[in-house]
Unconditional design. Structure first.
Length: 275
């Protein structure tokens, strides 16, 4: 009898060892398989849920530039994009926007906001546009004593997403790009991306570099040409060396009609084709 009990106990122990659960449980509703050696980090989505007007009142009661120790959670409609989605993820991997829960009568600025699950924004098409309904969490602050803000947070939930569309890419000569740019309204920028190839002209040339961009130069479709299309503060390939006169380059970016009489590309990307 004693021997039978010992055998039974051993079998139970074997079953318990064989059925041991992983200490890390995938998120509910997902099929993610998580290796036992990697912990699952679930961002804290707790926060004090309040209205936008209440958040503004709290901000105004704070000293200038002092953030709350508490975390707040706001739900509303994105009324304006402060960060241009085209700059994501190039210049920025978090975003700034305005949020309202009363049809735009009052709104609060949301700054340095990450995407869902506190992840960085890695695609332009992941940026919610005006009209999106979402919930965001973060600290409240009275910026410079005059601007109520929610900052350093992330999007908890998106109920309605208005998503950016990927613009068309158009190949154009310098002459074609000039015509298309000057057809835009004064100060207007194209919605489409243009790829323009041409030769750097000596006229109107600047070799000044600031923050990885060359101040300006002009392109034409021929080497010994004229000032047809302007590259203004565009990214040089290595961030430090200006493109030389006579080089054949490719510009990638949006067209702009500057002052009604200048066809240019601002903040475009430069690729050297022939030097």
């Amino acid at each position: 009898m004693k021997k039978s009990i010992l055998i039974l106990a051993a079998m139970v122990a074997m079953v318990m060892v064989g059925c041991k659960e992983s200490p890390y449980i995938p998120n509910p509703g997902t099929t993610d398989q998580v290796p036992d050696s990697m912990p699952v980090i679930i961002p804290d989505t707790n926060g004090i849920e309040i209205s936008v007007d209440s958040a503004i009142a709290i901000c105004k009661s704070l000293p200038a530039d002092v953030a709350t120790s508490e975390i707040y959670k706001l739900t509303g409609v994105l009324t304006a994009n402060i960060t241009n989605p085209d700059d994501v993820p190039g210049k920025y991997k978090n975003i700034n926007f305005k949020l309202s829960d009363n049809g735009g009568k009052t709104s609060i600025s949301c700054y340095y906001i990450n995407n869902l699950n506190n992840k960085k924004f890695m695609k332009m098409t992941d940026v919610p546009l005006a009209g999106s309904k979402l919930t965001v969490r973060g600290q409240l602050i009275n910026y410079k004593g005059s601007t109520p803000e929610l900052k350093d947070g992330f999007i908890v939930r998106i109920d309605t997403m208005v998503r950016p569309t990927i613009p068309d890419t158009i190949h154009a000569t310098c002459a074609e790009a000039k015509t298309a740019a000057l057809a835009l309204p004064n100060g207007g920028t194209s919605t489409d991306i243009y790829i323009i190839e041409g030769y750097v002209q000596s006229a109107g040339y600047s070799s000044e570099i600031s923050r990885g961009q060359q101040k300006w130069f002009w392109l034409d479709d021929v080497k010994e040409g004229s000032k047809v299309f302007e590259a203004y503060w565009c990214d040089v390939p290595d961030g430090v060396t200006p493109v030389p006169v006579g080089a054949k380059v490719r510009l990638t970016g949006k067209l702009m009609n500057y002052n009604g009489n200048t066809a240019e590309m601002k903040n475009g990307k430069i690729t050297i084709l022939e030097n």
